[in-house]
Write a protein that binds this ligand. Structure first.
Ligand code: MTE
Ligand code: MO
Length: 326
């Protein structure tokens, strides 16, 4: 990721690319004068380090998980890579930082506030949020805006099923999500990297699409903190930053919500953020991706429109100019 630094006390970042050449990175280190952050950036190739990655402690197995629809037949990435190569700025901007730091997140007890244009608002215990839902495993492709991708066996259930239970009103056109705000246990929130809490949003039809998942597990086990425990979103046809972690609030709104990355860099991160090889990020192409685990020197893969999920979601955007609504 490319981190722009104004001065020591005013650190803000734009989403970051690890597709950059090492030369650019060195240039950036020179310019930024912040070696610590830049050094974290040089760890952006887990393949090179694979041998050195710690095996994460096993988490509790989730019982009664069935095979869900929409799974890709691509081979999932290793648990080690998925849990050691994360973006979770509340725990640091380096890919390894969340694995090292996210143990300080307290996921129990956990509550989720349901707010806004909805018939059954309230603050619900996580158990009550999860109770009625059967859990399924879906192996999804996942594409970060930084032009790397991986394949992940998530455990969860369709967001649509949860939304229906709370009965949105006819005014509910969008859904906004917020991560927990807890600067004491989330050290990144003590720095002005983004405007906290991390916020994301979907149009109602995107939220109701059967691909959109509420996720509680990974590889059949309870989700590790660094991957967004205890409850996160997964929207597989959008860039990774839409898939907000550790959700503490779900708000139904009439108007399009602001999102953390759009607020921080509106020219770079739009509301829709659909994976689209034809629409470049202002600072890099989105045409190709590096598949994690394929080796740092492996040929890059072609990025597919909607991350390969066009059959399921292209119709949501009929008539929209995807360059304008990026
Ligand atoms: N709260 C929160 N959610 C977040 C992020 C974050 O920094 N904070 N990073 C996003 C980005 S940029 C990506 S690519 C994915 C990464 O998910 P993973 O670490 O489980 O692969 O989480 C997204 N959700
Ligand atoms: Mo990302």
């Amino acid at each position: 990721m490319l981190i722009k630094i104004k001065n020591k006390n005013d650190i803000y970042s734009s989403e970051i690319t690890d597709q950059e050449t090492f030369k650019q990175r060195r240039e950036f280190i020179k310019q930024s004068g912040q070696f610590a952050l830049a050094a974290a950036g040089t760890l952006a190739a887990p393949e090179l380090l694979a041998g050195a990655l710690p095996t994460p402690a096993p988490r509790a197995k989730i019982a009664g998980v069935t095979k869900g629809p929409f799974s890709t037949d691509q081979k999932p990435n290793k648990y080690k890579d998925i849990t050691n190569y994360c973006n979770y700025y509340e725990f640091g901007t380096g890919k390894r930082d969340p694995a090292v730091n996210a143990h300080s997140l307290k996921t129990n007890p956990w509550q989720v506030a349901i707010e806004g244009e909805v018939e059954k608002p309230g603050v619900y215990n996580l158990e009550d949020i999860l109770k009625p839902h059967d859990l399924e495993e879906r192996i999804y492709r996942f594409r970060c805006v930084e032009a790397w991708s991986m394949v992940v066996p998530w455990v969860g259930f369709p967001l649509a099923d949860l939304i229906k239970r709370f009965k949105p009103t006819s005014k509910a056109k969008y859904v906004e999500f917020q991560t927990l705000y807890d600067p004491e246990n989330m050290p990144g929130q003590r720095r002005r990297i983004l405007s906290w809490p991390y916020t994301e949003g979907l149009r109602m039809d995107e939220a109701m699409n059967p691909l959109t998942m509420m996720v509680v597990g990974l590889y059949g086990e309870v989700l590790p903190n660094q991957n967004g425990a205890p409850l996160r979103l997964i929207v597989p046809w959008k860039y990774g930053f839409k898939s907000i972690k550790s959700i503490a609030k779900i708000r139904f709104t009439e108007h399009q919500p602001t999102t953390a990355w759009n607020q921080s860099a509106p020219r770079e991160y739009g509301f829709y953020s659909n994976v689209n090889p034809e629409v470049s990020h202002p600072r890099w192409s989105q045409a190709k991706e590096r598949v994690l685990g394929s080796g740092f020197f492996a040929k890059k893969a072609e990025t597919k429109i909607f991350n390969g999920y066009a059959d399921e979601v292209a119709s949501l955007y009929t008539g929209m100019d995807l360059r304008k609504f990026f």
